[in-house]
Design a binder for this molecule. Structure first.
Ligand SMILES: O=c1ccn([C@H]2C[C@H](O)[C@@H](CO)O2)c(=O)[nH]1
Ligand SMILES: [Zn+2]
Length: 130
């Protein structure tokens, strides 16, 4: 990965590890598509989220919004980086609703690290680019 967006090697490793681990708590019996999200908050703390589906499919909440709602209700409203992990290659990017939700709390420069099924399968784009 060429661009690190100011994250240390330890933070980069932690971001991918936590985003991948978050997939374990995904609730996705309808799509079987696991998504995990990890947020590196401005204060250096971490928050994770996963997609939580519903029998009424539009009621489903994406991993990114799960993580953001958790963070914001813990008083964390600024983020240094967002990691999103799926089991596909190339990695998937956040949907339009999630991009809009992220934009409320981050500027266009926040980096989104997208991880796919293989080790080292990573694409990074700023919110403004995805
Ligand atoms: O940005 C996105 C897009 C989709 N999903 C989830 C919702 C649903 O559970 C599954 C398939 O769309 O992926 C996310 O978690 N994040
Ligand atoms: Zn989404």
């Amino acid at each position: 990965m060429s661009q690190t967006y100011g994250l240390t090697p330890e933070e980069l490793q932690e971001l991918s590890k936590r985003a991948a681990a978050a997939k374990e708590v995904s609730y996705c019996p309808y799509s079987n598509f696991r998504v995990g999200c990890a947020l590196l908050c401005e204060d250096g703390s971490w928050v994770i989220g996963a997609n939580i589906e519903n029998a009424s499919y539009p009621v489903t909440i994406c991993a990114e919004r799960t993580a953001l709602v958790k963070a914001i209700t813990e008083g964390k409203k600024k983020f240094r980086a967002i990691g999103v992990s799926t089991d596909i290659s190339p990695p998937a990017s956040p949907c339009g609703m999630c991009r809009q939700f992220i934009r409320e709390f981050s500027d266009d420069c926040v980096p989104i690290f997208m991880y796919g099924k293989d080790e080292g399968d990573c694409v990074v784009r700023t919110l403004g680019e995805v």
